[in-house]
Design a protein around this ligand. Structure first.
Ligand code: NDP
Length: 325
């Protein structure tokens, strides 16, 4: 038995139930993990509402956590009981005190990175790694547009891009968030509740536009983001905070100058073990060097996950959030 958050139907934060669930012995190639911290991510909202599939309820959602190996299933020979590990990967089920996890999805934590920092950064940090190093490989001297710059992914991106010599134009929903983003390396902020994003981007880039837009807002910003791109620019649409992008007409890319669009997912970019390890190692390096500081601006008891979801959806959170078992 372990304590976990479960949902019996998809819906608002009220569907979460904190209860005892059965936990079998770890199966072949699995380990039993005791979480010391669980990461909260926007994708958890999509799983809770049913926008992304979860399998038949009752289910425990959550994709990220850090903790200690408690027991090994058959066939696991590269981990030991007592090791500190972290992950950001399916299968869902991290909203629990303990869980079983496929051993090949875990990475060992360096001593310098504590469990809460790991739980806060693995998913958002590896996302930034693939977005700026692989989906569109940024170059020093470039100016890029990054939406939701004061969020979990956003604050890591601002710092990492600055360290790579890239100027970030970041969008935010309030003046406090603008200040926070600037304090984390964002060169220019645009409060999209008050200013026209396209006009400001054109002004800041002397009419040229940016070579890449990283857009996790989705429905509300998609088309305007395309307007911020220079010819042959890359639209990286990687989230749906305002709802999914629908009815997309390819002609929109031609009329704006032969644009590219991609809809990437961390799961693809870390599906191979070698890619997962390389991505995690790059993240560990920038955090250990001090180039990127992980800001855990909210923490909640795991039993109060519903409140954490409310605050995330109400846009009250900044930086990263952890749930504590
Ligand atoms: P954030 O901390 O960035 O929270 C979401 C932010 O989006 C809010 O704080 C808010 O900032 C902004 N926002 C804009 N419009 C809305 C809206 N209508 N409703 C709610 N929020 C809105 O979350 P994460 O860092 O966890 O994730 C950021 C995004 O990246 C998410 O969309 C997530 O799905 C996506 N993502 C995608 C991955 C992938 O591989 N494809 C992996 C990881 C994350 P503000 O008030 O400043 O507007």
């Amino acid at each position: 038995m372990t304590k976990a958050i479960r949902l019996y139907e998809h819906g608002g934060p009220e569907v979460f139930v904190w209860e005892d669930i059965d936990l079998p012995a770890p199966g072949r190639s699995e380990v039993r993990l005791k979480h010391s911290a669980v990461g909260l991510n926007y994708i958890d909202v999509y799983h809770r509402t049913g926008l992304y599939p979860t399998g038949e309820p009752p289910v425990t959602i959550g994709l990220e956590g850090a903790g200690t190996v408690q027991a090994l299933g058959d066939g696991v020979d590269d981990l030991e009981v007592g090791m500190r590990v972290a992950y950001a990967s399916p299968p869902i089920g991290s909203y629990a005190e303990e869980r079983n996890m496929p051993a090949d999805r875990l990475v060992r934590l360096p001593e310098a990175i504590d469990d809460q920092t790991a739980a806060a950064m693995m998913l958002q940090g590896m996302t930034v790694q693939y977005l700026i190093r692989r989906t569109y490989r940024v170059k020093a001297g470039e100016t890029v547009l990054f939406h939701a710059a004061a969020g979990g992914v956003g604050l890591i991106a601002c710092q990492w891009l600055k360290a790579l010599g890239v100027q970030v134009i970041g969008t935010v929903g309030s003046e406090e968030k603008a200040e926070l983003a600037r304090a984390h390396g964002c060169a220019h902020t645009i409060n999209y509740r008050e200013e026209d994003v396209v006009d400001r981007v054109k002004e800041l880039t002397h009419g040229v536009g940016v070579p890449v837009v990283y857009d996790s807002i989705g429905k509300e910003t998609f088309e305007r983001s395309l307007d911020c791109l220079q010819p042959m620019g890359m639209m990286v649409s990687f989230g749906n905070a305002s709802g999914p992008v629908e009815d997309f007409n390819l002609g929109m890319l031609a009329s704006r100058g032969s644009l590219y669009v991609t809809r990437p997912s961390l799961m693809t970019y870390t599906a191979k073990r070698a890619d997962l390890v390389a991505s995690a190692n790059e993240l560990f390096e920038v955090v250990q060097s001090g180039a990127v500081k992980i800001e855990i601006n909210q923490s909640y008891p795991l039993s109060e996950t519903a409140q954490a979801h409310r605050d995330l959806e109400d846009r009250k959170t900044t930086g990263s959030t952890v749930l504590l078992p």
